[in-house]
Write a protein that binds this ligand. Structure first.
Ligand code: ADP
Length: 271
């Protein structure tokens, strides 16, 4: 009977080990699949501009392009190189963020200061472009802890997307509001929005909603993945609400600083 019990125990153990192994193998297969897709995406995003650049250079050097049009084609070559540069920079930044190798200069910041800096930066551009730009500061000023540069880049990215993916004169709203112990910064547009089924994927690297892949909108699907990493390293989050055919609302939520009073230094006694 003892032997029988031992055999039973061993069988259970083996079964557990087997299940564990199966899990690991699946995980490895998933990683391998992810790696393959990553390389495919990277080579696709590099191949397209490189092919164009090669074509233009050949056409210029063998005289297919009339001399008076060389300027236009040189500009296109420049744009192509620019696209590759931006892509490489984004890729590098995302990998550094994901592996937590980016140095974040965390310091107490006025949330209102961050909001205003972004609003003031974009307002002249919107005016130039005839874009209604609604700045709605609804949160009372309060402190957060973060890297002003990284957070500014994140907000810029949301505003750039609102401009990139919506028609030229549609309004953009930039809003700050408080929700419990969080501050919310939202960028709201009234463009085409994003289909519900695509919403869970927009923060994944390289994901682009088909429409934008097919159109000539430049981009590589890294901006929102970078935004998500930056939000995460601040203990915050980024989310997207879409209203049917009524545009996107991207919201960055950041925790407010617990004891901002501690920052206010007592007045020095008179000497
Ligand atoms: P990129 O703009 O380089 O493609 P992002 O990561 O910033 O990459 O955005 C991912 C995708 O989400 C975009 O390709 C686009 O399809 C969609 N998207 C982002 N912002 C908006 C927006 N405001 N309106 C509509 N679609 C958007």
């Amino acid at each position: 009977a003892e032997l029988e019990w031992k055999v039973q125990q061993r069988t259970i153990e083996l079964r557990e080990m087997n299940a564990e192994l199966e899990l690991r193998v699946n995980e490895l297969l998933r990683l391998e699949q992810w790696r393959k897709e990553l390389f495919m995406n990277i080579s696709h995003d590099l191949k397209t501009p490189i092919t164009l650049i090669q074509g233009y250079i050949e056409a210029i050097s063998d005289g297919t392009i009339p001399e008076q049009q060389t300027g236009i084609f040189l500009q296109r070559i420049y744009d192509g190189i620019q696209a590759i540069t931006v892509f490489a920079r984004n890729l590098n930044e995302l990998s550094l963020l994901e592996s937590r190798q980016i140095y974040a200069d965390m310091a107490p910041l006025r949330a209102g200061g961050l909001f205003q800096a972004t609003a003031v930066k974009w307002a002249p551009y919107m005016e130039l472009e005839n874009r209604p730009f609604h700045i709605e500061e609804m949160a009372e000023d309060n402190f957060i802890v973060g890297d002003a540069h990284l957070l500014g880049r994140l907000l810029d990215n949301l505003i750039e997307n609102a401009l990139k993916y919506t028609a030229a004169q549609l309004p953009v709203t930039f809003r700050s509001e408080r929700s419990g112990d969080m501050i919310l910064f939202s960028v709201i547009d009234s463009g085409p929005g994003i289909p519900q089924e695509a919403v869970p994927y927009v923060f994944t690297s390289f994901y682009r909603v088909d429409k934008s892949r097919n159109s000539n909108t430049p981009g590589s699907g890294l901006g929102l993945a970078i935004a998500k990493e930056i939000a995460g390293m601040h203990g915050g989050s980024i989310s997207l609400q879409v209203r049917e055919n009524a545009g996107c609302c991207f919201t960055l939520a950041l925790p407010l600083m617990k004891e901002p009073e501690a920052l206010i230094r007592p007045e020095l006694p008179p000497a």
